[in-house]
Design a protein around this ligand. Structure first.
Ligand code: UDX
Length: 452
């Protein structure tokens, strides 16, 4: 099939690379000349494991352009995967979505076209995008246009975006006409039936068989995305709240999480206690859900509580350090990790940023390191007055405490003894609960977590 993808962020580029790999003819469009230039040279503008390799494999079916006119008229399926950054008051900023929808309407070909909302958009956006496309078509004097709008939310995690796209737990297609759903079914068939040849660097996991398809109406598909992310977010906040109680009563939160997670109704995943969630989705989507619900007079108190627990976890890091060191003014605190999670350089809503801000406000000096996200940090957060260290040992030198903020594998394998011995006071706050307490204590550290 002939596919256009508008937006070359994590979602757009991953979708484009995967569909081209499956044999569809894909044109990715982005107004950012710098990005398109890099992609044409085979460079990926952000860090995502194996994406560069997949783009090489998919290259014969893949084009990049800044010009809608090169992508839209021929396309049978147009994915809108532009950014929907957080706006004021919790509702996302939809100006890029609006521009994309209008651009589609202005250039759409005469054949039946499916316009797919791939960006996470507020419930009801399918109808809104449909109206924008229709108005733009009419402004061109071309009748009402021959198209329909579908919602096809993505569930990919940064850091494992390709794996999640090629071997998903489910595919959700929301459309109000059966013809639309059928076109998307055809597009995704190789993934649904798992008939494609896996790329050598992303072998098909043993457990993956046919992928379930949820074919539903537009509003349900839109709500599935928000409800899924909010549920995952509240699962994390739940275990973090239990972690606070575990600290008080002297229980081991890792054992508690395992003990409850093995109940199949609960499940073991997303029960890793720690500093809480960051990234581009959970914060934004829970805020958007609360905002949409308020338009209908609903409180969403569970989702609000999950957000509050998450916000507090970041403050608790500083409170813990204060309780240990008594004075933070003039102390040096080292942060290991800046990215919101390992295997990405994404810093959106990264806990490290809030922790650094709180520490600076209290007069501490802050040293930071991240194996991948330092360059991006320099570009995006030049105003944050922290010291950039070249490695974990540099972070530890003369520091009064270390905080493990992002559980990069490189940090888990550190030789902790030399780190402890070059610090002013060897305090280590493991804000992800991932280190072996006994091993770190043997290296000379006073070991702390957010749950005891
Ligand atoms: C998430 C969803 O998982 C994905 O389905 C959706 O489409 C986009 O948002 P992502 O933000 O890339 O993906 O990362 P994810 O791996 O889900 O982690 C989110 C945050 O939760 C991270 O900050 C992570 O550190 C934190 N987390 C995750 C925990 O604190 N504990 C856990 O047990 C799991």
């Amino acid at each position: 099939m002939n596919v256009a993808i508008l937006g070359t962020g994590y979602v757009g580029l991953t979708t484009g690379a995967c569909l081209a790999y499956l044999g569809h003819r894909v044109t990715c469009v982005d107004p950012d000349a710098h990005k398109i230039g890099a992609l044409q040279r085979g460079e990926v503008p952000f860090y995502e494991p194996h994406l560069e390799d997949l783009l090489v494999e998919a290259r014969p079916n893949l084009q990049f352009t800044m010009d809608y006119a090169e992508a839209i008229p021929e396309a049978q399926v147009i994915f809108i995967a532009v950014g929907t950054p957080p706006g004021n008051g919790g509702a996302p900023d939809l100006r890029y979505l609006q521009a994309a929808a209008e651009g589609v309407g202005e250039r759409m070909g005469p054949h039946f076209t499916v316009v797919v909302n791939k960006s996470t958009v507020p419930i009801g956006s399918g109808n809104w995008v449909g109206a924008l496309v229709r108005d733009a078509v009419e402004r061109q004097g071309r009748g009402r246009g021959c198209f329909s709008v579908a919602s096809n939310p993505e569930f990919l995690r940064e850091g494992s975006a390709l794996h999640d796209s090629l071997y998903p737990d489910r595919v959700v297609i929301g459309a109000d006409e059966s013809q639309t759903a059928e076109i998307l079914y055809t597009l995704y068939r190789p993934i649904l039936d798992q008939t494609f040849q896996p790329p050598p660097f992303l072998p098909r996991p043993d457990r993956v068989g046919a992928v379930p398809l949820i074919s539903t109406d537009l509003a349900s598909a839109e709500l599935i995305k928000y409800a899924a992310n909010a549920f995952l977010a509240l699962k994390i906040s739940y275990i973090n709240e239990i972690g606070q109680l575990a600290e008080k009563v002297g229980a081991d939160i890792a054992q508690v999480a395992r003990g409850i997670g093995l109940d199949a109704r609960i499940g073991t995943r997303f029960l890793q206690a720690g500093i809480g969630w960051g990234g581009s989705c959970f914060g934004k989507d829970t805020a958007a859900l609360v905002s949409t619900a308020s338009e209908y007079g609903l409180e969403m108190s569970i989702v609000k509580a999950a957000r509050e627990v998450n916000r507090r976890q970041r403050e608790r890091v500083v409170e813990k350090l204060l309780a240990e060191l008594k004075i933070l003014k003039g102390r040096t605190i080292g942060l290991l990790g800046l990215a919101f999670k390992p295997h990405t350089d994404d810093l959106r809503e990264a806990p490290a940023l809030d922790v650094a801000r709180h520490l600076l406000e209290r007069g501490a000096r802050v040293k930071v390191h991240d194996p991948v996200a330092m360059d991006r940090f320099k570009k995006e957060h030049a105003g944050l007055d922290v010291i950039l260290a070249s490695d974990a040992y540099e972070v530890a030198r003369e520091a009064d405490a270390l905080v493990l903020v992002t559980e990069w594998p490189q940090y888990l394998e550190l030789d902790w003894e030399p780190l402890a011995s070059c610090m002013r006071t060897p305090i280590l706050l493991d804000a992800r609960h991932v280190l072996d307490r006994a091993r770190v204590a043997r290296a000379g550290f006073r070991y702390l977590t957010l749950a005891g």
